[in-house]
Design a protein around this ligand. Structure first.
Ligand code: ADP
Length: 421
């Protein structure tokens, strides 16, 4: 079977989250850092997600990287394309969601796409164009103080309106709840009115499903992983996709276990606290890292504990501490210092026999996988909403759980190892 869906994700754990959704709905899926230039995937799959790191880079670079990935996915034969961003719409005043979506639409010669960050399973809903996390508006949550993409406005029409010169419209809840036909009609109406980005209200999974089905004929779909829920059905209806009950099967991987956390989200801080009650934890201070750092020392600390079970190394800190570090080092430099440290520690831990690794934080996971020379991941069963167990493609085979900061239950760092193959 040829490749059906070609996806471009703006960060690493976002890509994994999307793959998780596609596998759950029966598409065999892998995540790659890069599609080979000739478009040869070399695996029997229905969907490929290219994990870029373009959430916070300069706009021009984000555009260039997304277009390069698109060109290769087209060469690989993909029929439809999906641009995946975070369900909390993580972006800055300049972008990069609007500019990347515009560039992809231009390249595909398409005139309209949906903008659907909602993911009700993890509490992200959209009503009248406003993004909620649980009971609160996005701008009233911890996302207000995110280290890289602080979100201080919950009105997606306004947020996206600042990122694109094109018209932004709304597929209102009143339309969405009437189902696929009504959504299709509304999209046609918005298209006729010159709207290029159609934000979709979503309160339940049934809405995501209906929106997904209504997107069957769009060349480009954009959103959080929730938008992928209805897409596999479209390929099935067209006779292009089978049932695939084995879509989530992974080889089993034995070895030592470790957790690396570079996310400063509230969820991650709580997960560290729960883990620390059971297993050894080592905290890194970015200000000390900036003065000089030896990863071998951390690995030497970990080694005696690894025989007994997992250890955790983190730089995660509450908002006031992150602010102080950023004031001293600069936001980007602080992030880079931590990411570089995590990457070096990951390499050391794998040399010490770790083969089962949990990483918290999108940017952090990207940095760790790059340092470990991981070309791609085969996606397996779900650990928690948005986070699947995965196994690396190529040697050494590693079992990995890569968690976007906000995701996972409080005991995630212990429970993940039970689901990993
Ligand atoms: P999330 O998925 O929660 O957004 P990320 O890893 O994508 O997590 O982003 C968190 C960023 O914060 C990373 O760049 C990381 O290096 C940086 N960071 C981690 N700890 C600290 C800290 N104590 N102070 C400042 N920045 C930090």
């Amino acid at each position: 079977m040829p490749l059906l869906l070609g996806c471009i994700a703006d960060d690493f754990t976002g890509a994994t989250d999307l793959c998780n959704m596609l596998v759950r709905y029966g598409m065999r899926t892998i995540q790659l850092f890069e599609v080979p230039p000739n478009g040869t995937i070399g695996e029997e799959v229905d969907a490929v997600t290219v994990a870029l790191k373009i959430r916070t880079c300069p706009v021009a670079e984000a555009r260039t990287q997304a277009l390069a990935a698109l060109a290769r996915l087209r060469r690989a034969g993909a029929r439809q394309f999906l641009f995946k961003y975070c369900s909390t719409f993580d972006s800055t005043g300049e972008g990069n969601i609007g500019p990347v979506a515009d560039a992809l639409l231009d390249a595909l010669g398409a005139d309209l796409t949906v903008v659907c960050p909602a993911f009700p399973e993890t509490g992200r809903t959209v009503y009248k164009g406003h993004l909620f996390v649980g009971d609160r508006l996005l701008s009233d949550t911890h996302m207000r103080t995110h280290p890289l993409t602080p979100m201080t406005d919950s009105n997606l029409l306004r947020v996206l309106g600042r990122q694109t010169p094109h018209r932004v419209g709304l597929v209102d809840y009143a339309v969405v709840r009437r189902g696929e036909g009504a959504i299709r009609a509304r999209l046609a109406e918005l298209r006729a009115a010159g709207v290029r980005h159609a934000i979709t209200d979503v309160l339940h999974d049934a809405h995501l499903m209906a929106i997904g089905h209504a997107c069957a004929d769009l060349r480009l779909v954009t959103g959080g992983s929730g938008i992928a829920m209805g897409l596999p059905d479209n390929f099935r209806r067209a006779g292009l996709l089978g049932e695939n009950p084995e879509a989530a099967r992974l080889p089993s991987i034995a070895g030592k276990e470790a957790v690396l956390a570079g996310s400063c989200s509230a969820a991650t801080l709580e997960q560290i606290r729960v883990f620390a009650a059971r297993r050894p934890v080592r905290a890194l201070d970015p200000l000390e890292l900036a003065r000089g750092f030896d990863p071998a020392e951390i690995v030497a600390w970990a080694k005696p504990h690894l025989a007994e079970g997992p250890v955790l190394v983190h730089a995660s800190a509450p908002p006031e501490k992150v602010k102080a570090v950023q004031a001293a080092l600069g936001r980007e430099r602080a992030g880079e210092i931590v990411e570089r440290a995590m990457a070096a520690i990951a390499r050391g831990l794998v040399e010490a026999g770790v083969r089962r690794l949990v990483v918290a934080g999108g940017e952090t996971a990207g940095a760790v996988c790059t340092a470990l020379g991981i070309r791609g991941l085969r996606i397996g069963p779900q650990i928690d909403p948005g986070v699947p167990a995965t196994v690396s493609l190529g040697e050494p085979l590693l079992a990995l759980a890569l968690k976007s900061g906000n995701f996972g239950r409080p005991d995630f760092f212990l429970e993940a190892f039970r689901v990993m193959p």
